[in-house]
Design a protein around this ligand. Structure first.
Ligand SMILES: CC(C)(COP(=O)(O)OP(=O)(O)OC[C@H]1O[C@@H](n2cnc3c(N)ncnc32)[C@H](O)[C@@H]1OP(=O)(O)O)[C@@H](O)C(=O)NCCC(=O)NCCS
Length: 175
């Protein structure tokens, strides 16, 4: 378990699916993530089990984001090891309960996992990708120190439009 001032990051349990399913298929947070299709409870259980498997193989780590004051599971983070030789990982985050947006919790969660990635997993760099026109996410990542390193032009189709994606990365030496 990783602990910050307002949140903890812990492993996901099958019992977390109840809270996830209250929010997961709402469109408002799916607009900025790749997976748009509605998902079932059984699929989410398989996803959690898949996360355990990845962790046991040392290939990826999924953490539940829990708000300490209410002990509520509000989102999750995934860190995937993309290249074990170069020690490069890729990171994604979703706070699916929008009551918890814009309170600094995304930034706090990212800070905790970045510290874990560099100081416990010994990663050398971390990358992430976001849709252009998502200033809330971009600002959150910039606050940690991620820098834009490129764009994939019109790489995604979102809300009726082709949009660029922004690639950002963070080296341990930048951090
Ligand atoms: C993106 C996400 C992780 C950010 O987490 P968060 O807890 O809401 O973000 P934080 O509060 O830590 O930081 C958000 C920053 O963006 C700023 N912001 C919010 N809306 C903004 C806007 N329209 N324009 C400019 N800045 C904006 C906030 O003011 C804050 O910056 P500040 O601290 O300098 O004031 C979270 O909102 C989320 O999971 N959203 C749904 C799923 C998603 O989009 N995931 C990311 C896919 S790349």
């Amino acid at each position: 378990m990783l602990e910050g001032s307002n949140i903890i990051l812990r492993g996901l349990e099958i019992s977390d699916v109840d809270e996830l399913m209250k929010h997961w298929n709402k469109p408002e947070h799916r607009i900025n993530i790749l997976n748009k299709a509605p998902q079932s409870r059984d699929e989410e259980i398989e996803w959690i089990k898949g996360g355990w498997q990845l962790r046991s193989e040392g290939k990826g780590y999924i953490f539940a984001i829990v708000y300490k004051e209410t002990n509520l599971y509000i989102g999750h983070l995934g860190l995937e090891i993309k290249d074990s030789t170069a020690r490069r990982g890729s990171l994604g985050i979703v706070i699916f309960n929008k009551d918890y947006w814009n309170k600094g919790l995304g930034t706090e969660s990212m800070q905790l996992i970045v510290e874990y990635a560099f100081n416990t997993l010994n990663l050398h760099s971390i990358e992430l990708e976001l849709f252009s026109g998502h200033p809330q996410a971009q600002r959150c990542y910039e606050k940690i120190g991620f820098k834009e390193v490129g764009r994939r032009r019109e790489a995604y189709f979102n809300n009726g439009l082709y949009i660029d994606s922004i690639i950002m990365d963070l080296l341990k030496s930048d951090w």
